[in-house]
Design a protein around this ligand. Structure first.
Ligand SMILES: Nc1ncnc2c1ncn2[C@@H]1O[C@H](COP(=O)(O)OP(=O)(O)O)[C@@H](O)[C@H]1O
Ligand SMILES: [Mg+2]
Length: 374
């Protein structure tokens, strides 16, 4: 959909962008993030030809943009910058409708679309359509900026730190609205920010840039879990994963090889295995490692030692799937008042065991949000 191929940008002898190659799929929201001066704005402006690369090519829907008319190209790419760039002497309606009118769209359609977009960004059309930008707060103006970017009907929207001048509350609201609009209208969006929390919140993929190079390009989840190098780890902050507990899944905090026993073994053997491993419960599995049940020391110690585990085990043991997140696992454990829960894969094979202490040791010395605390 959008492809950077071997892009180099030099100002005199200084190389700003260094053989940058990246593919962005249609309908994705990709965030460019990196320290100030790393080349984010430069890359964005190359897509709408406000800046020419020194070498390399950019393709939009497979076509090399170097051959395209810049004005035509820009009409089909929404662009939002930090200080909206609304025209002060035009009303909100005129600002939003500027490009659709230039493109000669049907006036009735334009009017409908404008109202819908204002609604989507949380501005009541009746109240705001005929106002002028200076009568609006910064946050409201930025909302208009977003509505205007979406009004072009372009498949592509470029957003260069659009929310960075806003107060945190407005900013959060706009992030939510952008996320919802993007999913509903299915645009391809490149969003520049230097705020990792913002990136994690809205991105399908994050591209971490430093000195014009890509350090990592992946989903927020994968970047948080597996930062490519020290710089990325520092950049995202070591504790960030703990601020996003929904990104932690069962496999991240389970015990890998829980002590288990097959169903045909007897009570004597079960007690021996427990002693040996210093545990007071065993997962019961069949030869294919399917989870069949669970025996506890309390449940079997007074039983006839020759009885089979199968005869005594608790069946219908509650389990969680390997991709269950920390929040939902904790909710399950709290709801059923259980101190541990086995983890199974899609085939219902036992792959691990979560206990309160396995969670605690995974979280180790990290600060955790009290909301998720036990
Ligand atoms: N016209 C220019 N002439 C020389 N250097 C420039 C010019 N425009 C940008 N730069 C330099 O290119 C680098 C990348 O800038 P930019 O893309 O704006 O960074 P970012 O948006 O990531 O903060 C910076 O070091 C900046 O100083
Ligand atoms: Mg910039």
């Amino acid at each position: 959909m959008i492809e950077f191929k071997n892009i180099v940008k030099k100002y005199r002898t200084k190389t700003i962008i260094n053989h940058f190659s990246l593919k962005i799929d249609a309908g994705e929201l990709v965030v460019f993030i990196g320290p100030s001066g790393c080349g984010k704005t430069t890359l964005l402006k190359m897509i709408n030809k406000l800046i020419q690369p020194t070498s390399g090519h950019i393709y939009v829907n497979g076509s090399d943009i170097s051959a395209m008319n810049p004005i035509e190209l820009r009409r089909n790419i929404g662009y939002v910058i930090q200080n909206t760039g609304l025209f002060p002497h035009m009303t909100i309606k005129e600002n939003v409708e500027l490009i659709p009118k230039l493109k000669g769209e049907d006036p009735g359609d334009i009017d409908k679309k404008t109202r819908k977009l204002l609604q989507m960004v949380g501005l009541d059309p009746k109240e705001y359509l005929n106002r002028y930008p200076q009568e609006l707060s910064g946050g409201q103006q930025q909302r208009v900026g977003v509505a205007r970017a979406f009004s072009t009907d372009s498949e592509i929207i470029l957003m260069d730190e659009p929310f960075s001048a806003l107060d945190p509350v407005t900013r959060t609201t706009l992030q939510d609205e952008l996320f919802t609009m993007q999913k509903e209208l299915n645009k391809t969006i490149i969003f520049v920010t230097h705020d990792m929390d913002e990136a994690i919140k809205i991105a399908d993929k994050i591209c971490i840039i430093k000195d014009g190079d890509i350090l990592q390009y992946d989903s927020p989840e994968n970047i948080l879990k597996n930062p490519a190098n020290e710089f990325v780890a520092d950049f995202i902050g070591k504790r960030r994963i703990w601020n996003n507990p929904e990104l932690l899944t069962a496999v991240d905090f389970m015990i890998q090889n829980p002590v288990k026993i097959t169903a045909k073994r007897n009570v004597l053997q079960a007690i021996e295995i427990m002693k040996e491993n210093k545990v007071d419960s065993l997962m019961v599995t069949d030869k294919n490692n399917f989870l069949l049940g669970l025996v506890t020391l309390k449940g079997i110690q007074l039983q006839n030692r020759n009885l089979s585990v199968e005869a005594l085990m608790e069946k219908n043991v509650l389990s969680v799937s390997d991709d269950a997140n920390l929040i939902s696992v904790l909710a399950t454990m709290n709801k059923h008042r259980i101190g541990y829960v086995p983890v199974v894969n899609k085939q219902n094979q036992l792959i691990g065991l979560i206990t309160r202490s396995s969670i605690l040791s995974a979280l180790s010395s990290q600060l955790i949000d009290m909301e998720v605390a036990f």
